[in-house]
Structures are given as structure tokens and as C-alpha cells.
Design a protein around this ligand. Structure first.
Ligand code: AMP
Ligand code: MG
Length: 414
């Protein structure tokens, strides 16, 4: 049985980001469709930001030398030679004794070097009295102060969100190349499983994993390929898994990976030419986790995760192992590795000390400090109900049986 750390390292080594040198791994999208996508190329702009010296205030563009000594008692009077709204190209060079009326974002006129905000002025027809001496170059946004043309603007492998999309718009890149969405096949195995709309016979269980996994895959920006419920029959399972590996980048099956008499997944993976890298992990819940690769059927290796069937186990193993793998595979250059926070535990947390134990609950902020509150009710891997509205997993390391209330605990944010 592998430790969590070893299993994680094996999985991360198996996963490589999609190769952007292959056209089929790239999509061109409009910026309005770019939210959540991963940029497949670096971006360099030939524009400076700001594009021009411009005013940060509504006020007057002046020559600093003219106004450096003025005050309310000794105002300086300047002649207004031009009105410069935003979007207008100034026509007149400001001479000594002159000023231009200017508005926020408008281009600085030649000759002027400083803005006086209008609150510090008094307008008298075509003249303005400057009542307070500004600082030199005050309220001027200098060309290229935020970004200089030719420098790296955005790096490949970043997730595009509001700020990045706005930057691409400002840099006049209305279409960009992003990594294609990964296809993730999802199947459930078990004779006892039924769909949510089937009447339940004694002993039957609704296939909830398929719904949980589809939602998680969508959250990762990947495309779920739903393959339904497969009976615990070797032939049916073999056909379904073979179909899955031929049509997806990643396959997630749940159920059938323990050591029960009806658990065939490992045998089938091997019979289809897959190589098994992980068979079980010292994690609770989630011990019977299978990870395999299938050699490229077309241009890529398919990654196979056989998740345990218990709903709590399927979710915990997804969050802990599958999510980072999908993020790395998708092209995300950084930030795909799981991160842990330290929080004060609001309860005693217990484990048998033999496996790394994950306890679900809520991470809260109280007076600026993190606190972890365990979800009420059973922490059984068969219990799905108290996972509702949880946002974090607390971790009890191997060898530790108790984390006392009030002590620090490592928490993994979902
Ligand atoms: P298995 O891993 O097949 O031994 O299943 C372990 C437990 O998880 C059993 O109680 C199954 O009924 C349950 N289970 C398996 N697959 C699912 C599923 N897709 N949705 C909900 N529960 C499941
Ligand atoms: Mg089963």
C-alpha cells in the first residue's frame, strides 16, 4: 500500500500537460468565451500602457514652473487655450502663462507636465486661478508606466479570468489560443446501482457518484462523457472501459476496485493492455484507488482512475488525487498542486493512526484566523448526506490518532 505522498508523486509524474505544438490540442476562442480557459501561448503586446501621457483627474494641465509657488493668498492666473476631453488629440502647445482644461483619461498637451485638480482652482471665464501649488508631474499617468511594449504581458498556462480577459481586450487580442477541454469519461460499476428515476428495489442504491463526478469535472473546465451504469460482468465492463479509453483523455470509474468477489476492474485494465501504477493508498477514506495508464491509442496516453464506490471515498479521492491531475493535464502551469492551510480545530479529530485520514467539514474565518468545523453526523465513507455545504478536508497524518480541540490541523480547501 502506497503512502499518500508516494501515490501523489506517481500520479503527477504520469501526467503531462497537453502538447500545444499539436494543433488538435489548441482551440481559438473569442474573448467572451475565454472565461476559465487556459491560455496556450504567451502574449506580448506592441502597445504601451498607458498608451499616452494622460490626466488622472478632471482639472487643468499646466507647466509646473508656472505654478510651483502659488497659494490661496497668491494665486497664479493662467490663460485657458484649449479644452481636452478624453479621446481628443490636443492641438496646442502650452506656453508659459497658459493652461488647458482637461478631463480624466485625456491626453496631456505638449508643453504641460502637471495636472492641477479642479478642486484647487477657480474658473474665471477663459482664465483659471490656481489656488494650491501641485507637486511636479502630479496626476499625470506617464506613457508605459504600467507596461512597456515588447515585454511579456501574459504567460502561457494561466487560467483566464476577469482581469486577464480585460488585459487581452486592452491589448487588442479579440481571439486567443487556449488549451482544448479535456474529455473525461465517467462510468459507474455495480449490479446494485440504479438511476435516480428508477423505482428502488430492496438493496439497490442510486448511482450518485456519476452526478458528483460530472459536476466536479465540469468545475475543472473539462468535458464529461457520461457512460452510465455498467453491470458487474467482466464482458460488459471490458467493453465499457475499452470504449472509454478510446474516447477520452481521462477515465473515471467508480466502484468495483476493492477486493470483493465482483470487483473486476484491475483484471480488465490489464487485459486491455493498461499498466497499473497504483493499487491502493494508505488514505481514509479511499484506500482501494487504482491508477493506470493506457498506451497511446491515437496521440495521447489515457489516464485511468478507478475510484472506490463509496460516495465519500469517491469524492475524497477525486479532490485529493484526480483534481490536481486534471489541472496539470489541462495545461495549467502553476497552482495545480494541492495546498494546505493551517487552522484551529474546533473539535477533537480522531483516526486509527494507520492511514492518512481526511475529515470533511468547513473552514471558517473567525477574527482573522482559520478554524475548522467538522461536518455533523457520520464521517462514514458511505455517508453522502453531511457532505452538503462542506468546503474543506482536515488531514490527520499517519501515526497520529488524535488532534485535540484547539490544536492546529492541516486543512485542504475544496
Ligand atoms: P464497491 O467499490 O463496488 O465495492 O462499492 C462500495 C460501496 O459503494 C457499495 O456500498 C456500493 O453500493 C457503493 N457504490 C458503488 N458505486 C456507487 C455509485 N456510483 N454511487 C453511489 N454508491 C456507489
Ligand atoms: Mg461494487
Amino acid at each position: 500500500m502506497l503512502s499518500v505522498r508516494d501515490a501523489e508523486n506517481i500520479i503527477f509524474d504520469l501526467v503531462q500537460p497537453l502538447n500545444t505544438e499539436k494543433d488538435e490540442n489548441i482551440e481559438i476562442v473569442d474573448l467572451f468565451d475565454a472565461n476559465g480557459r487556459i491560455l496556450a501561448h504567451s502574449v506580448v503586446s506592441n502597445l504601451d500602457f498607458p498608451h499616452w501621457d494622460n490626466s488622472a483627474m478632471d482639472g487643468y494641465a499646466v507647466r509646473y514652473a508656472d505654478v510651483q509657488e502659488c497659494s490661496r493668498d497668491k494665486p497664479v492666473n493662467l490663460q485657458i487655450v484649449e479644452d481636452i476631453p478624453a479621446g481628443y488629440q490636443p492641438q496646442i502647445t502650452i506656453q508659459p502663462g497658459q493652461a488647458a482644461r482637461i478631463f480624466t483619461g485625456a491626453v496631456m498637451p505638449q508643453g504641460a507636465d502637471t495636472i492641477v485638480m479642479q478642486e484647487n482652482t477657480r474658473r474665471e471665464e477663459n482664465r483659471v486661478a490656481i489656488l494650491t501649488a501641485p507637486k511636479p508631474e502630479e496626476f499625470v499617468r506617464k506613457r508605459a508606466n504600467y507596461y512597456q511594449a515588447g515585454n511579456p504581458l501574459l504567460a502561457a498556462g494561466i487560467e483566464l479570468k476577469a482581469a486577464e480577459i480585460a488585459i487581452l481586450a486592452a491589448a487588442q487580442c479579440p481571439q486567443i489560443k487556449v488549451y482544448r477541454k479535456l474529455k473525461v469519461a465517467i462510468l459507474s460499476s455495480g449490479d446494485e446501482l440504479v438511476t435516480p428515476n428508477q423505482p428502488l428495489q430492496p438493496g439497490q442504491i442510486v448511482d450518485s457518484n456519476q452526478y458528483a463526478l460530472a459536476a466536479l469535472v465540469q468545475q475543472m473546465g473539462a468535458e464529461p462523457l457520461m457512460l452510465g451504469i455498467i453491470k458487474d460482468e467482466p464482458e460488459a465492463l471490458k467493453e465499457a472501459i475499452s470504449n472509454a479509453i478510446n474516447n477520452a483523455d481521462i477515465v473515471l470509474s467508480s466502484g468495483g476496485v476493492s477486493v470483493g468477489d465482483y470487483d473486476y476492474v484491475e483484471q480488465i485494465i490489464e487485459s486491455l493492455g493498461g499498466e497499473i501504477h497504483v493499487r491502493s493508498v494508505a488514505v481514509k477514506p479511499g484506500k482501494p484507488l487504482t491508477v493506470a495508464t493506457f498506451p497511446s491509442t491515437s496521440s495521447f496516453t489515457t489516464l485511468y482512475f478507478g475510484l472506490p464506490g463509496n460516495p465519500g471515498s469517491a469524492l475524497v479521492t477525486f479532490w485529493r488525487f484526480v483534481k490536481p491531475a486534471i489541472q496539470k493535464f489541462s495545461g495549467l502551469a502553476e497552482g495545480w498542486k494541492p495546498e494546505f492551510l493551517q487552522a484551529e480545530s474546533l473539535h477533537d479529530l480522531r483516526s486509527n493512526g494507520k492511514r492518512e485520514t481526511y475529515i470533511w467539514g468547513n473552514l471558517k474565518v473567525n477574527n482573522g484566523a482559520y478554524q475548522f468545523q467538522v461536518a455533523g453526523g457520520s464521517q462514514s465513507s458511505g455517508n453522502l448526506i453531511n457532505l452538503a455545504q462542506t468546503n474543506a478536508l482536515a488531514v490527520i497524518p499517519v501515526g497520529q490518532k488524535l488532534i485535540n480541540k484547539g490544536e492546529k490541523v492541516q486543512v485542504f480547501l475544496l
